[in-house]
Design a protein around this ligand. Structure first.
Ligand code: 0PR
Length: 366
């Protein structure tokens, strides 16, 4: 840091130049984040200084968090469900492991995750000294319930399933996994970080929520398909009492106990997540998701017309194909297996898909 500060003009000239070095979402086809909805930005700015780590100081913001949790309890078909906001999918998954480990109280706990699970579980298990057992997936990239059952023993404290996998956009057979979890008396967590904002708005989508017996918790991220600002996650639990195991005393705060992982927590992104849902309503969310799914189908159809086959027909707006290169400036990603992966986020509009297909068609030699 220099002794004398810059003028605001100098400072913002520099900051704008740095920001211009960042990529804009216009040609990004690899991200699960997107340009936040304008109402999310406005709400975020309005709540900029709020801290849900000391909710008694910000009762208005805390009420928005409660509203958001009630909406998700409704959306996930269990009005008595509880929940809390987090910084995103990683923190939600860590919190699940924390309460599962505390509840089970065994010496060498393990969890079972599908081979398709997000890498956040590896982090969580490493932090908490929990063994991570990996269940195989089938040719549709979905967790195999029988093989999952074989991995369960008396030290298993959680089965993880995914609704909308990061790489292939698939949803695990959650009813069968719920049955297994109930039979074995093990907690079933559904990682719906991506699919939790998509599946409820698709007709005949695979079941994943609390209407499925055995589902104990669901994580979902407003900063992905919720078009909210970063950082924003939500962890829903069927029975709020699981959080009791995580309570610590916070004697000098306005509330005397807390179970959240982080201390100081943004109210701004919670207000932003609230704003998007309040503004769009179910009808607007359905229109958004319908558009993303239509664009996903159009992309798949367009790529197949060039002779590039899909790997799978996804449950959510993530399209995957045999490995091919794409022309710049398009940014795509490739899965662990090397398959081309494109996420049709809201910024990937029909025009963007058509323009990508045109550029791809011109560069592609089969
Ligand atoms: N669970 C699932 C199913 C996810 O897809 C992700 C992230 C997480 C958990 C973790 O969420 P947080 O990153 O919010 O902690 N999925 C994307 C991924 O890792 C996130 C992402 C977003 C990556 C934008 C790149 C990017 O540009 O691929």
């Amino acid at each position: 840091m220099d002794a004398e500060g810059l003028s605001a003009d100098e400072l913002f000239c520099f900051l704008k130049a740095k920001r211009n070095e960042d990529r804009s979402y216009s040609h990004i086809l690899s991200s699960m984040c997107t340009t936040p909805h304008p109402v999310a930005v406005q709400a975020h700015n309005l709540f900029m200084e709020t801290n849900l780590g000391d909710p008694g100081l910000f009762p208005g913001t805390a009420q928005l968090e409660d509203h958001l949790i009630r909406w998700f309890a409704d959306l996930y078909q269990e009005p008595s469900a509880g929940g809390c906001t987090t910084s995103g999918g990683t923190e939600s998954n860590i919190q699940v492991l924390r309460f599962c480990k505390k509840t089970k109280q065994v010496k060498n706990p393990n969890i079972i995750v599908p081979a398709s699970a997000h890498f956040s579980f590896e982090k969580a298990c490493g932090m908490m000294d929990v063994e991570m057992r990996v269940a195989p997936i089938d040719d549709q990239y979905r967790m195999i319930p029988d093989a999952t059952g074989e991995l369960i023993d008396k030290n298993t404290c959680c089965i993880v399933s995914v609704a909308g996998t990061t790489e292939y956009g698939m949803t695990d057979p959650i009813p069968a996994l719920g049955k297994l979890a109930e039979q074995e008396g093990v907690h079933l967590h559904v990682d719906a970080a991506f699919g939790g904002y998509v599946l409820p708005f698709i007709d005949h989508a695979p079941p994943f929520d609390f209407s499925v017996p055995g589902v104990g918790s669901i994580s979902v991220d407003p900063h992905k398909m919720g078009m909210s600002t970063i950082p924003s996650g939500i962890l829903m639990v069927r029975d709020e009492r699981v959080f009791c195991n995580l309570l610590v005393e916070t004697p000098y705060l306005t509330t005397k106990q807390a179970y959240s992982l982080t201390g100081t927590r943004p109210g701004a992104s919670v207000a932003a997540a609230y704003a998007v849902m309040a503004y769009l309503g179910r009808t607007g969310m359905k229109a958004l998701v319908t558009g993303c799914m239509e664009n996903t189908r159009r992309l798949i159809e367009g790529m197949e017309a060039f002779g590039v086959p899909r790997k799978v027909t996804p449950d959510v707006n993530v399209a995957t194909f045999d490995h091919v290169s794409v022309p710049s400036p398009w940014t795509v990603s490739y899965t662990r297996k090397g398959d081309l992966r494109i996420v049709c986020m809201p910024h990937v509009t029909r025009d963007v898909v058509e323009s990508f297909l045109t550029d791809f068609g011109e560069s592609y030699v089969s």
